[in-house]
Ligand binder design. Structure first.
Ligand SMILES: [Zn+2]
Length: 408
């Protein structure tokens, strides 16, 4: 197995505070074999592939913790795409994420099993793509948020069965829809759609199978209920209040704000969201921002996700825009980067393999010419991507597939 030598780098390994200048990272197969200052390598082999990164900053690959691979705005005239079309679309989207430095995705609601097939095809090496960890379909109550044509579950027995089915099919986590959301014409944010006994049934099954539970939640009341019932991550929280955040903190719940959803309502008009839903985005914007500000002030554990129907927003990939939105609220780049690398790996119990750049870990790496610890905006200029020891993108972009990626 040939080694890949990344030389002339500045390493931001996710552990030390400052960049380590003039470093070298050597990978072999999917893992990092050696890290050290340039000139200290004790080996050199003519078969090594050497990449001179010209002083670029090398960091762990980014995660997006809230993705729907088949989410897109479909004009009324077009009708629902077939599963085959959605699968092709989702694969292209996955490649677009990877090319932008998002080497891992937490998929929290995607239909028809295409997410399982993509994950497995990528994992076994047949297809190039980001690491996918997926919930399969989100579990909703009848008529609830995300229920396809209103078809969902009712009562703890049905939810228990549904949770068992998704873990049987290979879900890496379980997603449950608890309140109304933005795309739901007749539902309010504070409409509690899933009852405590239903949430409890899902949490029990998921935890028995060693999976964490992500809950789509808008209201403070639902957040309190879910935190007390053992839900692991709370998504969106458009209207969380101080009490809900306190309860979340006490129970060690991780908050996934997806602030980018309400940060710029004009984005939604541009991508073709129906007017009634754009109105809901606007309605949620101020309480959402307030919730995030309080969460930051209270030191709630946070991880980053985007939840958008396009990979790009405002000229960059969703999770980078999420970092920028939080940076505007005063969060230090170093923290934001940890929330998009180390925290996700920890949530999945994968911190021994991913999330930082260390000897023996899996080589998911990105590089930027300027220092992202100065500003997360520098992630707009990713110049190198490696996933599982395979170079996905070097200076020349992604050969062969570059022309097929989604554009900004
Ligand atoms: Zn979502």
């Amino acid at each position: 197995m040939n080694r890949i030598v990344l030389t002339n780098i500045r390493l931001l390994d996710g552990i030390t505070r400052a960049a380590r200048d003039d470093y070298v990272v050597v990978t072999k197969g999917e893992r990092i074999e050696w890290i050290g200052p340039r000139g200290a390598e004790r080996f050199q082999d003519p078969t090594d592939m050497v990449y001179d990164l010209k002083g670029a900053y090398v960091l762990p690959g980014l995660w997006d913790m809230h993705v729907h691979l088949d989410f897109r705005m479909i004009p009324d005239s077009v009708g629902e795409p077939s599963l085959a079309e959605s699968t092709l679309f989702a694969y292209r989207r996955a490649l677009t994420f990877l090319n932008a430095g998002v080497t891992s995705l937490r998929v929290v609601g995607t239909h028809g099993g295409l997410d399982f097939s993509l994950r497995d095809g990528i994992n076994c090496g047949e297809y190039l793509g980001p690491r996918i960890l997926t919930a399969g379909p989100g579990l909703a109550s009848t008529g609830g948020h995300g229920a396809i044509q209103g078809k969902g579950y009712d009562g703890p027995y049905e939810f228990r069965r549904a949770a068992r089915e998704v873990v049987y099919h290979g879900a890496d986590l379980v997603k449950i829809m608890v309140t109304g959301g933005i795309i739901g014409r007749h539902e309010a944010f504070d409409a509690l759609q899933t009852m405590p006994d239903e949430v409890q049934a899902v949490v029990k099954v998921a935890h028995q199978w060693g999976r964490h539970v992500a809950a789509h939640i808008a209201s403070a009341q639902a957040a309190v209920m879910c935190a007390e019932l053992g839900v692991d991550t709370i998504e969106h929280g458009y209207a969380l209040d101080k009490h809900a955040l306190k309860v979340m903190k006490r129970h060690g719940v991780v908050y996934v704000p997806t602030l980018v959803v309400t940060d710029e309502p004009s984005y939604w008009s541009e991508v073709g969201l129906p007017h009634w839903a754009v109105a809901k985005v606007k309605q949620a914007a101020s309480s959402h921002r307030l919730a995030v500000e309080m969460a930051l002030e209270m030191g709630i554990a946070i991880t980053l996700g985007s939840d958008l129907p396009t990979p790009f927003v405002d000229g960059t990939i969703g999770v980078v825009r999420e970092m920028e939105a939080l940076a505007n609220l005063g969060v230090a780049p170093r923290d934001l980067i940890a929330w998009a690398t180390r925290t996700p790996a920890t949530i999945f119990g994968l911190a021994d393999d991913l999330g930082t750049v260390e000897h023996g870990k899996v080589a998911d790496l990105v590089a930027t010419p300027e220092n992202p610890y100065d500003s997360v905006r520098h992630f707009r200029d990713i110049c190198f991507v490696m996933k599982r020891g395979r170079v996905v993108r070097a200076e020349t972009g992604l050969p062969l597939v570059a022309g097929y990626l989604e554009h900004e």
